[in-house]
Design a protein around this ligand. Sequence first.
Ligand SMILES: [Zn+2]
Length: 152
Amino acid sequence: MWVALKGRLQITDRMMRWNNSINTECVMCNEESESCAHLFFGCRFSENVWRNLAGGLMPDMFTTDWSNLIRIVSKPWLTPIKTFLLRYTLQAAMHTIWCERNARRHGEDPKTMATLTQLVNKNIRLKLLAVKGKGNYLEEGLITWFETRLDL
Ligand SMILES: [Zn+2]
C-alpha cells in the first residue's frame, strides 16, 4: 500500500513540475493541449485506457476527473482489496500512460489503447502474484481483479 501511495505521490510531484513547463499539444490524441488533468484522464485516449482498467472496480463512482480521483483513492471507500487494487491500478495506469507519452515524444511508434490496457493488466497480475504471506489476500486480490475486468 505504501509503495503504491508513494509511487502515486512521486508521479504527482513530477506532474506538477512538468505542468509548469510549456503547454504543447497532447501526443496521445493530437487534439487538445497537454496538461496534468488532460493526460489523467481527460484525454479521450487515456480516458479509454482508464475506463477499461478501473470501470469495473468502481462502477458507481467511475470518474476521469483528476481531483475526484485523488479524493476517492485517498479514502478507503471500497472494500480493502478494492481500495488496494484501485490505488495500484491508478499508479500503474499513470506510469504506463506517462511512459507512452514520453515514447511518443521521442518519436517511437505509438501503442494502441488495447496494448496499454494489457500492459497495465499484466503488471497488476504480476504484482498480485508477488504479494505473499498475507493469508488469502493474494487469491482474493486476483479473483477481484478478474471479476472486475470489463474486456473479458
Ligand atoms: Zn489528449
